[in-house]
Design a protein around this ligand. Sequence first.
Ligand SMILES: [Zn+2]
Ligand SMILES: [Zn+2]
Length: 180
Amino acid sequence: MAFLWFEAPSLGGWAVARLALGSYVITPGSQPLVRRARAGTHASFQARLVGSRTPTGAERWALCSPPHGIRVNGDPVCLGLRVLEDHDEIQAGPGERLFFSAERLAEIVAFPGGPRPVHCPRCHQLIEPGHLAVQCPGCQTWHHQSDQLPCWSYDARCALCPQPTALDAGLSWTPEQAHA
Ligand SMILES: [Zn+2]
Ligand SMILES: [Zn+2]
């Protein structure tokens, strides 16, 4: 899961968009600044934001840009490719700033299973693959979350860390914190 923060003068601040895995084109000086890449268009070399999954299931995002194009945290993308880290600042053009955020939200999903059995820290029972569960965005620990076993939302905080369990808690990091 990843998000892109962008300045939205019409809203008087920052707006955020969730990035779905795939390819996006960044065109400095244009509106919109970032849009989803369409398959089959190979015009001039454009700056691209590309996200995909590693063999272990982790999500990785990279920025591909001509060497004199986009900057990340003030540096040119000197080899034409840069793997993005949480809170990286992307400067597309004058006054065009974006922030990459790898923050995750608590989501109810079917538990994908793993190499070893996983026990819920709240009820201590096994979490079976396919059962509805939430992975804590803070400590990555899985908890049941179904009508029968609402273990994640049972308390205001994660069983193992201070992460709030409200499913509509929203993102906790914003670009205002970048220079704090
Ligand atoms: Zn449980
Ligand atoms: Zn936690």
